[in-house]
Design a protein around this ligand. Structure first.
Ligand code: SF4
Length: 480
């Protein structure tokens, strides 16, 4: 796929990849079931979701205040804060630190924001080797790909494919069994940890009251990245703040349960500035890079502001019937699935290139139900579609079809005539009580699924009889 390909082209390519579809389905099923069980084990999950949502809403409504408080506390702890409006500012800040420290190698723990700004490429351009240490991220880095899932970046790869990548890296064959693969990654990454000049992490949450950065990892790599190299740079989206440690505790329940189905992430690391006198480990320098990169656009727009509540758990991906068929790469950028379809057109501020993403949804609302902070993702997708149409981006045929649809559905007489004619036409394709395959005009739909046979009598013709049977229950409640 070319970088300028459309969502439809990328999705079509993904649909032809049987392996990809199986792999994505298997993993998302597992994550989905894990989430259900982990949520059931929490006494009042709905109340917890409400608390999580309230915390996120409060922070986003008072973001200026909390950004100020966080900045003050980090500086008081001895750290340095860099506020970056654009991707280029992030790159400049990080590469300047690397140049000043004479860095040759950087180790990273998972950071979606650094993917957004293409930090690895920028570091490599100035001769600094950047190595991902989250196992999934390491795999996709070796493959030269983007993550395909927020939580499991390499869910589209099987062991054989990973073994090929590791063998190429090792210069010798690495067996495709889990033990050999894990052993290779552990050995290789350990060398990288020990020689790194700078550690770069993301930030699951920053705690405003203490000026701390909190990382959730399952491999312990976050701890090594934040404690071994002499410099730690944490890169965070400007909305990823919680006011207090007590609020962080709510997120500690919500995020792992929704993301991986765990009651608690294996390693929760809280970093509050550089190493202090008397401490045996930790970096000499701590930098917090706070990134806007389009988030202000969301903040200013009441239609999409709620997307900033997102805690990047990935639950909406696992339940989305579209994501489950096409995987993450079809979305074309860093953030896949329903949340990606909502935020990408806004963060990238390019309706021509990304305006088709919100159409990759059935609007079934499974994403909104799964979201731990109750973002109404399906509503946001509809608002995007309205924005796209209002900007005159819909095709001529589509606009004409919807104009006709409005005229027909807006007048009872026209509606009756149109439905009657459509019924007569469709009856021509009924064979032995079934619809024939490939109904003209519906080919795209009936190519891969059955069109149900038309009932002998229409519901609206049955309605008066049904009303007579239950005279007391008007308004459709009895049969609706
Ligand atoms: S939108 Fe909700 S479900 Fe999706 S990643 Fe964000 S927090 Fe998780």
């Amino acid at each position: 796929m070319t970088p300028r390909s459309t969502m439809k082209e990328r999705a079509s390519a993904a649909l032809r990849d049987e392996f990809l579809r199986r792999a994505v389905k298997t993993t998302t099923d597992k994550l989905f079931l894990g989430r259900r069980l982990a949520q059931q084990s929490y006494e009042d999950w709905e109340r917890l979701r409400d608390r999580g949502r309230a915390i996120r809403a409060h922070v986003i409504d008072n973001l200026d205040f909390y950004l100020g408080r966080l900045t003050d506390r980090v500086r008081a702890n001895g750290g340095q804060v860099h506020l970056c409006r654009e991707a280029a500012d992030v790159v400049r800040v990080v590469t300047e630190i690397a140049a000043r420290r004479g860095a040759r190698s950087v180790i990273k723990s998972k950071s979606m924001v650094s993917e957004e700004v293409r930090l690895n490429r920028a570091l490599e351009e100035i001769g600094v080797r950047a190595v991902e240490t989250d196992l999934g991220e390491y795999i996709v880095q070796l493959a030269g790909e983007m993550p395909s899932h927020i939580i499991g970046p390499a869910i589209h790869k099987n062991r054989q494919q990973i073994a090929e990548l590791f063998s190429r890296e090792a210069g010798r064959p690495v067996a495709p069994d889990t033990e050999s693969l894990a052993a290779f990654a552990r050995r290789r990454l350990r060398e990288e940890f020990l020689r790194a000049d700078i550690g770069i992490t993301g930030c699951n949450f920053a705690v405003a009251e203490t000026g701390s950065v909190c990382l959730f990892t399952n491999e312990g790599n976050g701890r090594m990245v934040t404690s071994l190299p002499p410099v730690h740079i944490a890169v965070m989206g400007m909305e990823r703040i919680v006011p207090t440690l007590e609020d962080l505790e709510v997120m500690m329940h919500l995020l792992p349960r929704s993301g991986t189905g765990q009651k608690l992430t294996s390693y929760v690391t809280i970093v509050s500035g550089p190493r202090r006198e008397g401490e045996s480990d930790g970096p000499e320098e701590f930098h917090l890079v706070i990134v806007d990169n389009g988030r202000s656009r969301l903040l200013r727009d009441p239609r999409f502001r709620e997307a900033l509540y997102c805690i990047r758990c990935g639950a909406c991906l696992n339940v989305c019937p579209v994501y489950r068929q096409i995987g993450g790469h079809a979305y074309g950028w860093v953030y896949p699935g329903p949340i990606g379809a909502v935020i990408t057109p806004l963060l990238q501020d390019d309706l021509d290139r990304w305006g088709d993403l919100p159409f990759a949804s059935t609007l079934c609302a499974a994403c909104s139900e799964a979201c731990p902070v109750k973002i109404p993702l399906h509503d946001l997708l509809v608002r995007h579609r309205a924005r796209y149409v209002a900007a005159g981006k819909a095709g001529m045929a589509e606009r004409a079809a919807f104009r006709a649809f409005r005229r027909v559905f807006g007048a009872a007489k026209k509606y009756k005539v149109a439905v009657g004619a459509a019924e007569k036409l469709l009856r021509l394709w009924v064979r032995d009580g079934h619809m024939a395959p490939r109904v003209p005009g519906l080919k795209g739909w009936t190519d891969s699924r059955d069109f149900p046979a038309l009932a002998r009598r229409r519901f609206r013709d049955l309605w008066p009889e049904l009303e007579k049977e239950s005279p007391g229950q008007k308004g459709g409640k009895a049969h609706g």
